[in-house]
Design a protein around this ligand. Structure first.
Ligand SMILES: [Zn+2]
Ligand SMILES: [Zn+2]
Length: 169
């Protein structure tokens, strides 16, 4: 496996492009962390299988990782466990790829970075939480209520504030 340290998801698959249709190669991945532009995966473990077919290389895989995102209530950075499923065709030669599809450059370096990043982002739960009972921010003063009570709740009886809360909700 010839992989550069700064491109952990790039594979030289020249041999597979020249192989018979149906030929497969399995790679085990195990990295302490992988950064793909704005996405941090830590650790990244799993398996990818490349299969030669008449249109290029079909990629299947299952990667287990934690992706860095933020709590949907209090915006604290958090790490969420996800499983990234890969099922995609990389066309070869590259000029045969339809618009918007992945292809393998003539250098035969198949780079999974874009696909893994995209699938990772798609796999983040819709409303990740730092903890199940995250209190989020106070709607009036903006304090992170996980860090302590701001006192605004004491005025809960004031009808103007109740109305305001209704609007903000
Ligand atoms: Zn939170
Ligand atoms: Zn407050």
């Amino acid at each position: 496996m010839s992989q550069k340290k700064n491109a952990p998801l790039r594979f030289n698959i020249g041999f597979l492009l020249e192989a018979n249709l149906g030929e497969k190669r399995v790679y085990q991945l195990d990295y302490p962390s992988v950064t793909l532009d704005d996405v941090m995966l830590r650790p990244l473990q799993g398996e990818v299988i490349f299969s030669r077919n008449s249109r290029g290389i079909y990629v299947e895989g299952q990667l287990i990782t934690n992706i860095t995102t933020e709590c949907s209530r209090c915006l604290t950075p958090i790490s969420v466990p996800i499983t990234i499923e890969l099922n995609d065709l990389y066309y070869f030669p590259p000029h045969t790829a339809p618009e918007g599809e992945y292809s393998i450059p003539v250098t035969a370096l198949l780079d999974l970075s874009s696909l893994v990043r995209e699938m990772g982002l798609l796999t983040i739960p819709m409303q990740p939480l730092c903890k199940p009972d995250c209190l989020g921010f106070c709607l009036e003063c903006g304090q992170n209520l996980n860090e302590g009570d701001c006192g605004c709740q004491d005025e809960i009886g004031d009808p103007r504030l109740v109305a305001l809360r209704g609007l903000l909700n």
